[in-house]
Write a protein that binds this ligand. Structure first.
Ligand code: 0PR
Length: 380
């Protein structure tokens, strides 16, 4: 492309609007397989207001730094974090998992991490970068089996990682049992609640019988949760917490020529826009707002399950959260046919299923239309 000469702002905006038409949009309610959703309008406004800010140079942006503290405090409270907790605003689940493994390795000087078969693929990247060996625990009814974890623990184990809301099916690993084991064995235990962190606590507050997964369990060492998933903030937004702030020292580097003296985050420059957006949406919705949203998503998940079953489809398992696995024999082919009908849906070839994530942008009437289209696609 020849870009030696500039182009007018108006022409560029027209070009951008045209190109954007090729994208799916959350507002169309046709994105059925994404863990992200439309950022709350207030989050978008807040991000625009803080666009130039950088968390990597906090002395320049003291106000934004203050917002980061407020966000971390609100989320820490939700997760029953102890007074000496440490927190960081990161870019999402991948960076948080990498940070957790980095800390586990640095504190223990050991080289093996025990993870679930259904852990997110970001763990493979983290292990490869950190030269850690992944010991993979096969799942039992899609959950990590605590006895199998115990069998894998040895002198080289740096830590264990479990998931609160798996990417594939929204499964919550038996975190209280794993936390007990890790506490007894003095192992670092990271809980990946990238997806579940902004829905499980709110469902629990409504009385849903979901297990404890946070710092209330003494064996939990770190937790990640993503505001850019169920938190309805802008991309990129990730929150990472550790039980003891001093553990950050194990991975921090000196930063001689910027305002902060040390830095624990992998990224140097970090967007304050994401921090402001997350603060705005969390403070605006409040826990009550998230409770309503969580309940709406679960009610719609149960409705979807009912309509699917009435139409002759089977689910892989009962959904503990707002993710459904629909059994089909050729998930990839079915997803491609659905794409031609204007639906974006993900698939899992290992579990032989289509994967629906019932996010806040999905509307009930579109579910009916989707199930009708799915029946048509399966028939032909
Ligand atoms: N941990 C869990 C449990 C996750 O589900 C994910 C992402 C991550 C960590 C990594 O998070 P980041 O992608 O924020 O670094 N799970 C989604 C997935 O793989 C990511 C995603 C979201 C993909 C929206 C597509 C999409 O449209 O499905």
């Amino acid at each position: 492309m020849d870009w030696s000469k500039g182009k007018s702002q108006k022409n560029i905006m027209n070009e951008l609007k045209e190109t954007r038409k090729k994208d799916f949009t959350f507002s169309s309610s046709r994105i059925l397989g994404s863990m992200c959703t439309a950022p709350h309008p207030l989050a978008q406004q807040a991000a625009a207001l803080y666009m130039e800010t950088n968390m990597g140079d906090p002395e320049l942006f003291l106000g934004t730094k203050e917002l980061e503290k407020r966000v971390l405090n609100m989320a820490a409270d939700l997760l029953h974090a102890p007074p000496n907790y440490g927190g960081l605003f990161l870019s999402g689940g991948t960076e948080s998992n990498l940070t957790a493994l980095h800390i586990a390795r640095s504190l223990s000087h050991k080289k093996e991490i025990i993870i679930s078969q259904s852990a997110h693929f970001s763990l493979q990247k983290a292990a490869s970068l950190l030269k850690l060996k992944l010991r993979i625990v096969p799942t039992q009814k899609y959950q990590m089996d605590v006895h199998k974890i115990a069998n894998l623990v040895n002198d080289h184990t740096a830590g264990v990682m479990a998931v609160a809301g798996t990417t594939g099916l929204g499964i919550i690993d038996p975190i209280p049992d794993i936390a007990n084991l890790c506490h007894e064995e003095n192992l670092f235990f990271h809980v990946d609640a990238a997806f579940g962190g902004f829905i499980i606590p709110f469902l629990k507050k409504q009385g849903y019988p979901l297990p404890q997964f946070d710092f209330a369990l003494p064996g939990v060492s770190s937790i990640s949760l993503d505001p850019h998933k169920m938190g309805c903030s802008v991309i990129p937004s990730g929150l990472f917490f550790i039980r003891e702030k001093k553990w950050f020292e194990a991975i921090s580097v000196d930063t001689p020529y910027i305002s902060a003296k040390k830095q624990a985050s992998l990224s140097g420059t970090r967007p304050g826009a994401s921090v402001a957006a997350t603060y705005a949406v969390m403070r605006h919705l409040g826990q009550e707002g998230y409770i309503d949203m969580a309940k709406r998503c679960i009610d719609l998940t149960l409705y979807t399950k009912k309509v699917l079953q009435q139409s002759g489809f089977s689910l892989i398992t009962d959904p503990p959260l707002n993710i459904l696995g629909i059994q089909v024999s050729k998930p990839f082919q079915v997803s491609q046919k659905l794409l031609k009908k204007g639906w974006s849906i993900s698939y899992n070839t290992q579990l032989h299923c289509l994967r629906l994530v019932i996010m806040p942008h999905i509307k009930k009437r579109l579910i009916d239309q989707f199930v009708t289209d799915l029946q048509d696609v399966i028939k032909c």
